[in-house]
Ligand binder design. Structure first.
Ligand code: G3I
Length: 375
């Protein structure tokens, strides 16, 4: 069934709330979502409290009805997992291809969802023509400026927020060496965050209305890395450099939650600078079997409690306006490949699109929160 059929006449839909393999509750509801007798969706709960709830997506899966249906029903925000990155959008110098990314934006518009763009500047996963091109700083500067103008310009008015720069700091809070910073860089090598400032200014010029984010991992709590980002944002705000938000990725492995106790304080200090905070890439890895399913079912409860804690921290902080998971379903997740098959199943929906305890935890947090006005 093509995805577009999902927007047709009201039809029966279902979400299974399955706590353990042996216990399944099937909830059937109509297409109107909150219509009389229908189970409310996560996106309805999120909208009520003024939060965008999102998922990273791969448009190759839009033709799979459960994928498209779950995405459209439960989320009001999408972010391309890969198809807005350089290898997809500028596969050869000056040759732009927005076909796959356009499919994401079109899906979002059909289903009244917002789009986060990801990403414009990253030190890794760039195309070979770029990394092996032996360009001078002046050439690289022109290439990057052109890329930002073309991509952000292409989506002006349709992508509401961009991850302009991704993962530029190391764990000690130093800027990573990269093609954009100092290898050879865009002409500002050794100038600290000057190169980041420049691309934020280019992005603002390309779409003055889009929100501009800096996005990174392991910066959820108070630590050397988040301190460095805080200092950069503080400096940018003081000098009028355009920055609107900070993305806290929230990839959690090995139940390592040491960052979460200071998550509220970290969000609060960014809020005090006047920027928004988005949880941009949340997933909570648990040990999996060879078929990708959870190895130990009690882990689903532990996972749910982590989701509950993060969702509650976001809801409690008015500047936290976005809560996004790094995928829709455990069927498609970067985690198993990244852990050599050891861990995964980190999302809100399992491989069969059944809602997991983690879904219920986030849903409960959203539905119990007082409504807040939209920013
Ligand atoms: O599209 C090519 C395909 O043509 C080729 O045949 C195949 C061979 O390996 O590779 C495909 O590209 C892969 C791409 O995902 C699309 O599937 C890349 O190899 C692979 O490296 C890439 O991984 C992505 C990674 O970012 C690098 O871009 C992951 O899916 C994606 O989940 C991950 O996302 C990142 C965020 O952008 C930033 N934060 C961390 C997060 C997780 O690593």
């Amino acid at each position: 069934m093509p995805e577009t059929e999902l927007t047709g006449q009201p039809r029966k839909r279902f979400v299974r709330f399955r706590l353990f393999a042996s216990v399944s509750i099937v909830v059937v509801f109509g297409a109107a979502g909150s219509a009389r007798g229908a189970a409310p969706s996560l996106r309805e709960q999120a909208a009520r409290i003024g939060i965008q709830v999102g998922a990273a997506v791969n448009p190759a899966h839009f033709s799979e009805p459960p994928y498209a249906l779950t995405l459209a029903r439960e989320f009001n925000l999408v972010e391309p997992e890969n198809v807005m990155k350089w290898p997809a959008t500028e596969p050869a110098r000056g040759l732009f291809n927005f076909e796959a990314a356009d499919a994401v934006v079109a899906f979002a518009e059909r289903h009244r969802m917002k789009v986060r763009g990801h990403n414009l500047v990253w030190s890794v996963h760039n195309p070979a023509w770029l990394t092996q091109g032996q360009f001078t700083p002046q050439q690289l500067s022109a290439i990057l400026h052109n890329h930002i103008l073309r991509e952000v310009g292409h989506y002006a008015g349709r992508v509401f927020a961009w991850d302009v720069v991704n993962e530029a700091f190391d764990a000690r809070g130093n800027l990573k060496h990269s093609i954009w910073y100092d290898q050879p860089g865009i002409g500002l090598a050794g100038g600290g965050s000057a190169y980041i400032e420049r691309v934020f200014r280019w992005a603002r010029a390309a779409d003055p209305k889009a929100l501009l984010f800096y996005n990174d991992y392991d910066v959820e709590g108070l630590n050397a890395k988040s301190d460095a980002i805080y200092a950069m944002v503080k400096d940018f705000k003081a000098r009028g450099v355009p920055i609107d938000g900070v993305g806290l990725q929230m990839h959690i492995f090995n139940f390592d939650t040491h960052n979460l106790s200071s998550l509220p304080a970290n969000m609060a200090r960014f809020a005090a600078l006047g920027v928004q905070v988005h949880i941009t890439e949340m997933d909570v890895a648990i040990p999996i079997r060879t078929d990708g399913r959870p190895a130990n079912l009690p882990d689903l409860r532990r996972q749910a409690e982590i989701y509950r804690q993060v969702a509650a921290s976001c809801v409690a902080q008015p500047a936290c306006t976005g809560f996004q998971t790094w995928g829709v379903t455990d069927r498609y997740s970067w985690m198993p490949a990244a852990t050599k098959g050891r861990a995964g199943a980190g999302l809100l929906f399992d491989q069969d699109y059944a809602a997991k305890p983690a879904y219920r935890a986030v849903f409960d947090v959203f539905s119990n929160a007082p409504a807040r006005s939209k920013r």
